[in-house]
Design a protein around this ligand. Sequence first.
Ligand SMILES: [Zn+2]
Length: 352
Amino acid sequence: MTRVFPPLPPSPMRALGLSFVLRLLAFAALPPAFAAPPVTAPAPSTRAVVDGVSYVDAAGFFARYGLKPTWAEPGRRQIYANSWHRIEAELDRREVLFNGLRVFLGEPSVLLNGALYIPQSDAERLLAPILRPAGLTVTRPLRTIVIDAGHGGNDSGARNAALKLDEKTFTLDVSRRLAALLGQGEWRVVMTRSDDRRVELADRAAKAAAANADLFISIHFNAAAGLPSVKGTETYILTPRHQRSTSSENRHASDGDVQPGNAHDHWNAVLGYHIHRQLLEKLGTQDRGLKRARFAVLRLAACPAVLVEAGYMSNPDEARRIAEERHRSDIAEAVANGVRAYATALATARKP
Ligand SMILES: [Zn+2]
């Protein structure tokens, strides 16, 4: 898959339209539908609607998780931190730095009455679950893990013609290694393909459903046509309903379509974060971010699901690295560690 994301320019409409479209609603603490009872008294969170998007005041929201705000650049960049977490948000940016990792939001942060606001959907469905998984309810205990090796057969995926390397070879190799690592313990591991064959996208989701999967992990490598300098690691989870995907510059009517995978938005966030974190720590590759997309295997997943783009086949250095067994073994180990961190988070959450 080819994805290059330049930072979005500030929207002039958003800047000009604020006083007209802004409705500030003072909220007492939001009902804890997704959050455990806070340790300290919750700070009042303020909500606003800007260009049809619901926002929450970031300082108030993060205070509910014990994170204290500090301006790094007054009116532009703010840091929210406690002993465990550090989140950095910036005006007009569509991403935050979450414990040093790039995490993409649906819409950029805005400044209202001198306070930084972040999209409410991202606060509730992305950041809150990562900050406090104990506040979530377990939708599926972890028993069966489905590993999906991208492409196969006559679908070679991304190809580095100069080095004669095909994505499908390496997705299968990493998937086999991952299956070996995860299959050692208490979990049952199922692969959507274990040899070089073509499997349609819908059939991958169907195989996972038939196996009664509790977790779905799709392994891929990336390519950016004509941009050989582009490299790094990105991790995808399903875009929540009514949000645009990371690669979309505009919102579309189809963003409102109901997707089966959206039943797992909260756990997708926890899963995506931990896998991305482990990948970046282990591989030391360029951080291209935890992103959201409506890829078929994510849309159709009947359980929490993640798609890993571990590196770029189109970057000569990265392609050579991917071709090394040692590196592929590191990728598998990182994903396995991410699954273990996810399982630990799951263990802290409420049983249904
Ligand atoms: Zn792929």
